[in-house]
Design a protein around this ligand. Sequence first.
Ligand code: 3PG
Ligand code: MG
Length: 411
Amino acid sequence: MSLNKKSVDDINVKGRRVLVRCDFNVPLKNGEITDETRIVAALPTIKKLVKDGGKVILCSHLGKVKNGPNEGESLAPVAKRLSEKLGKDVKFISDYNVTGATATGAVEAMKEGDVILLQNTRFRGKEETKPEEAGDAFAKELADLADDYVCDAFGSAHRAHASVAGVTKFIKEKGGNNAVGYLMQKEIDFLGNAVENPVRPFVAILGGAKVADKLNVINTLLDKCDTLIIGGGMAYTFLKAKGYEVGKSLLDESKVEYCKEMMEKAEKAGKKLLLPVDTVCIDSFPDPIDNPNIETTVVDADKIPSNKEGADIGPKTIELYAEAVKSAKTVVWNGPMGVFENPVLAAGTEEVAKALSETTATTIIGGGDSAAAVNQLGYADKMSHISTGGGASLEFLEGKKLPGVYAADDK
Ligand code: 3PG
Ligand code: MG
């Protein structure tokens, strides 16, 4: 899918100040970055702007920042890792105000090809609000720092926040460019082609805990795909809709009707909707989640005992799903098949990952939990594309317009 938006290839940034919104919302443990995927994914755009002689001002959010600015959610570790990855100094502006005198001073001192990173945009609170409300003031301050703006934060592109979308209005007002970066282009190419122009058969796999999170994506993907595979906690609401008892498994009573409608929709359209035919049951949810000392029993999907809960797809289901993937030409996967964080309950997710790694299909993994699972289980380099966006990839697959994309200038 070609994106009709101005990109970093369409603008000349030599000597210009370029504000780049990245998604550096990386997981941290004791101040250490535990997964640098999003940093690595941002490098091509940054390198391009450096090479072209831009003054590169990076910004991002990190975490939810529920209790105001704090060192635990500072972007300092990102600046450090980014310097290592780029092989050049990334000056970190640690000021909790993000914009203001310190940032302005640092930008004024920049030379062509320099890179600085501003502090966590959510330290300003207003970032969270809609740009047309209070976020506007912050958006203007960000725009004041730069001549041009590049959005490369695919993972945040579904947020209509000041630094993602609000800023574009002010850049435009002063005649600057609003462009998208290489990561945005790549994500939209893969995800967009998969749903709009898939090489068929197109198999979509959805998992994860809650049906409610995936209502629109189930509906949209049923229109586009040839086979829809359901696993994970959300499968039990479908099984209930089929008339099965699901014991203590995750169940959303309020969505049973919806699941029935989706099954009817699939039937009418002549599409395959695959549900688990067997399931791995446990007595109670493992605590901690990765505690391997748990008893499991495998039962058919219509025979889940009243005192047990399903926590992974069973071996017959694995075979069924792997078979469906084998002949596919395009596969999109979002959401794990079971409690993959627990080694005893990871087989379903792992076998689906393995099946994807063995198919000749273009394989696209939605971000968030599915990306974490594929990484954790060691199949990352076998996939065609792993999205850096969880919520963003889901909203994109639902057919929603992402603010971070449409705020950029048309070509
Ligand atoms: C994410 O990790 O989901 C993105 O960085 C967006 O973060 P948010 O869900 O806190 O807006
Ligand atoms: Mg999120």
